[in-house]
Every structure is written in structure tokens, then in C-alpha cells.
Design a protein around this ligand. Structure first.
Ligand code: LLP
Length: 459
């Protein structure tokens, strides 16, 4: 699945999502527009819940809200039975305001402020994921002042490198996150946590990276973590039998991407749990997962309007869109690749089934030849004052026209949540689509919103 599972092409040759015509979405809400397909989010949540429902281990699926956080998204994952991971006071606030049961909130962050810790404890956040000795002490102290016992997990650095972009690897020894196993610091942290009286250590956590395709690293992760849990339990007397293995499952951005399915991921995790609990002689009661991208990513698409089409003969053709790096920073930041479609004239794609273009002139999308279409190679660029503001390089598309609607796939995760007002670009609206209906999840910012919090030159 590259596009949302409900995507199709209607008789007018326009792409539809959740039964809504992208042309109508453009007229109703304007562009750039983030479109979230509720059916795809629900399907992904359901796959996680069902595939990780093991007989021999309890499990909890925690949505990593950094992927896409809004009141409605929190409410949707809650309705689907997921818990939530927040990484700052801000995400925590949104989760609380969405009506999330605080007991199902997992509070991350490698540098929580005293205010954030106070806020979390006041709101009765279920579990803090503690990242440093300073935080252990601060949580213990603040919980003591409030006469409560705070449940925590310790973030462990397992010393495992996931083969993904270096900015989104987090499990290696040199990582800024967590307590390292190899250095002996993780063991110290377990000892310390076990001694602190206002803290209840319930388990350990590791997150090794994001957009992971080689899921075998989770096998190594479970080996390393269960071995550490066994050693730490023996040496400290702490009973460590809850294991949180973070998020990271990769998704399809490009036609050739072959990410593992949630089902295969679950099977690998299950087998690894059976194998390594035996090998390392430890009982695991509960496993936790924290998917973000694989819940929200393919559910989202971004609709743009093509403006200037610039052709530099024999060199490059550009399609400039009405958004860019302010609504999707990922190509600039991580050299991330995206695929796009001409949504208003999509018959060149043949059909779209299960989120994939099939049987058209260009089933594979980006680089293949569009027989019978006057195809051209384009760079899709944004409207920002940066040459690097490129959303897609070298994509083959039917000859583009000013006013064409362009739909970029797989933008549901880490696009809206990483968006900015660079160049005074108001943040785009987010609309939800389901069963032929569409409605706003997040309003488009106005120009007024851009200076609402500004003050005068002097008081
Ligand atoms: N748990 C923890 C502790 C995390 O730090 C993350 C992501 C997740 C779960 C969710 O990972 P996911 O399932 O989404 O891969 N901005 C980058 C991704 C940064 C991920 C940060 N942590 C990007 O756009 O690729």
C-alpha cells in the first residue's frame, strides 16, 4: 500500500480517497491540503492489535503521536484501542485534551523539564519513560512531593544500529538517548530506580530507529534486551518482565519499497520472544510496541496545485507547487523520496487498488515509461526561497499543466507534525475522509495566525 487503501479513480479520471473526489476537496478546502483516510488508520491499528494478540505474552500497542498529533488523531487511535506515546508537554497536553485516559499515556523525552514532569504527574500519566539519572531523581523527588508513586520504564540503549538514515537511528551506543548496556550504565540505572522510593520500575524500553526495512534487527534487539533484563533482575533483585521495543517499522514511499508487513513483524517478534526468553532464562509478561509512521504514514496524502511549469531545455523541467518544505521537510532533511500523481487527470494510472496503481501506463509510478502519454521528467519543487526546496526529483509524469492537482503519497507521518511557517506560509489544513464524507481535523492557518503572538517594537 502506497496510497490509502480507499484510493480509487472515478469516472471523471480523478483520484478519490475515502470516497471523496480530490477535485471537490480542492474546491472545498483549498491547497495545500493534508488528507487523512480514516479507513487506513483504522486498518493499521487493527492489524497491530490483532497480530500482536499473542497467547503467551500480553501486548500493548502505543501510537507514537510525534508522527501526527492532533486532537482528532488522538481520539481516533484511542477509539481503536491504542495507547499513546507523547514526547513533550505539548503532545501530552493534546493527548489529555483529546480525552485520552492518562493511564494509557507513555511520557517520553530525553530532557523533560521540571514543569513537564510536574505536569505529567499532576495529570496522572501512566508511565514515564526515563532517559537519564537526572530525570530519575527529578521524577522521584516530584512524585514524593505529591505523595504518589510514579510508574516508569527505563530507556535503554541496546547498541544496535538499524540500517536507516543516521538522523533517525537511535539505538547505537553513541546515541543521545537512554542508558547504555555496554557501558554498565543501564545496570546502574536499574539499581538506582529500584532504590528510589517514589518510583515503581515496571520495565525497560528501547527504540532503535525509524523507517526500518530489515526487521531482523528486532530479533537482535529482543536478544540483547532479554539478556540485559535477566542480568539486571539477578544482580539487583528488580523484577523486570515488561519489554517495550519502540516503533520503527518502515512503510512504502516508493513503488519499489518492500517494507515488512505488520503481520510478519508480529511473527518475528513472537518467535524472538519465545527463543530469547528461553535462551536468556527470563519470563516476559508483556510486550509493548510504539508504531507511529506505520499507523499514520500511508493514510495521509498531500494535495497541491501546480503553478509555474518551467522548462529549461535539455536540462530540467520544474513543476512548482503551492507548498513545499514548510509542509514536508523530509526530502530536505533526510533525502526522503516521495511519489506523486496527477490527481485531476489520473487515467494514465489505470486503476488504483489496495493503495497501488495497477494496469496503467505507469503502474510503477515514478521512473517507468508512460506509453501513450506525452510523458516528461519533472522535478516537483516548492514555493520557498531555497533551491533545496525540492519535494520530488526526476519523476515521470504526463505533461503537466498549470492548475493540475498533484497528490503526493504517504505524507501522513512526520509531515504535518514537522511543518513550519517558513517564508510566512500558513500551515495547511488537515481534512479527514471516510465513506464519501470529508470534514476538517485541523483548520488552515490564516495570515492573522502568523502574527497573533507578535508584540510591538517597544512596550
Ligand atoms: N518510540 C520512540 C521512542 C520514538 O522515538 C519514535 C520515533 C517512535 C516510537 C515511532 O517511530 P516510528 O514507528 O514512527 O518509526 N522525523 C523522522 C522520524 C523520527 C522518529 C523519531 N522517533 C522522519 O520523518 O523520518
Amino acid at each position: 500500500m502506497l496510497l490509502p487503501v480507499t484510493a480509487g479513480i472515478n469516472n471523471e479520471g480523478r483520484i478519490t480517497i475515502g470516497g471523496c473526489d480530490t477535485g471537490d476537496l480542492k474546491s472545498g478546502y483549498g491547497t495545500p491540503l493534508y488528507i487523512m483516510d480514516i479507513a487506513t488508520v483504522k486498518m493499521q491499528c487493527e492489524k497491530y492489535i490483532n497480530s500482536f494478540a499473542f497467547k503467551d505474552f500480553e501486548s500493548e500497542i502505543i501510537y507514537a503521536s510525534k508522527a501526527f498529533c492532533s486532537l482528532a488523531m488522538c481520539q481516533l487511535v484511542k477509539q481503536q484501542g491504542l495507547s499513546i506515546d507523547v514526547s513533550t508537554g505539548g503532545e501530552l497536553f493534546i493527548a489529555i485534551r483529546s480525552g485520552f485516559d492518562p493511564g494509557k499515556i507513555y511520557f517520553h523525552g530525553n530532557n523533560k523539564s521540571a514543569d513537564e514532569i510536574n505536569f505529567g504527574i499532576d495529570y496522572k500519566v501512566g508511565t514515564f519513560i526515563v532517559d537519564s539519572f537526572e530525570e530519575l531523581e527529578a521524577v522521584n523527588e516530584i512524585a514524593g512531593q505529591k505523595e504518589c508513586i510514579q510508574k516508569i520504564m527505563l530507556r535503554i540503549t541496546p547498541g544496535i544500529k538499524a540500517h536507516t538514515h543516521k538522523y533517525i537511528q537511535t539505538g547505537a551506543i553513541e546515541s543521545k538517548f537512554g542508558f547504555g548496556i555496554q557501558s554498565g550504565i543501564a545496570l546502574e540505572a536499574v539499581k538506582k530506580a529500584a532504590d528510589l522510593e517514589n518510583i515503581k520500575l515496571i520495565g525497560v524500553h528501547a527504540h532503535i530507529g525509524s523507517q526500518i526495512f530489515n526487521i531482523e534487527v528486532y530479533d537482535s534487539l529482543i536478544d540483547v534486551m532479554t539478556s540485559f533484563m535477566a542480568e539486571a533482575s539477578k544482580k539487583t533483585g528488580a523484577s523486570l518482565n515488561h519489554l517495550n521495543i519502540g516503533g520503527g517499522l518502515g512503510i512504502k514511499y516508493m513503488p519499489d519499497d518492500r517494507p515488512a508487513s505488520i503481520e510478519d513483524f508480529a511473527e518475528l517478534v513472537h518467535n524472538a520472544l519465545l527463543k530469547y526468553t528461553k535462551k536468556n532464562d527470563i519470563k516476559i509478561e508483556k510486550i509493548y510496541l510504539e508504531p507511529g509512521r506505520s499507523i499514520a504514514g500511508n493514510a495521509g496524502t498531500t494535495l497541491y496545485e501546480a503553478g509555474t511549469i518551467k522548462e529549461i531545455p535539455q536540462i530540467k523541467n520544474y513543476i512548482a507547487i503551492d507548498g513545499g518544505m514548510s509542509d514536508n521537510i523530509r526530502p530536505v532533511l533526510y533525502q526522503a523520496k516521495y511519489n506523486a500523481f496527477i490527481a485531476g487527470r489520473a487515467s494514465y494510472l489505470g486503476e488504483i487498488k489496495d493503495g497501488e496503481a495497477v494496469g496503467g501506463a505507469s503502474p510503477a509510478g515514478s521512473t517507468s515509461t508512460l506509453a501513450n502519454f506525452n510523458e516528461k521528467k519533472y522535478n516537483i519543487v516548492g514555493k520557498h526561497c531555497e533551491s533545496g526546496d525540492v519535494i520530488i526529483e526526476d519523476i515521470m509524469l504526463p505533461e503537466a499543466r498549470k492548475g493540475d492537482l498533484l497528490l503526493v503519497a504517504a505524507t501522513g507521518a512526520y509531515c504535518y507534525s514537522m511543518s513550519s511557517n517558513y517564508n510566512g506560509q500558513p500551515k495547511s489544513a488537515v481534512v479527514a475522509v471516510e465513506d464519501g464524507k470529508s470534514w476538517v481535523w485541523v483548520d488552515r492557518q490564516s495570515y492573522e495566525d502568523l502574527y497573533m503572538r507578535d508584540r510591538k517594537l517597544y512596550e
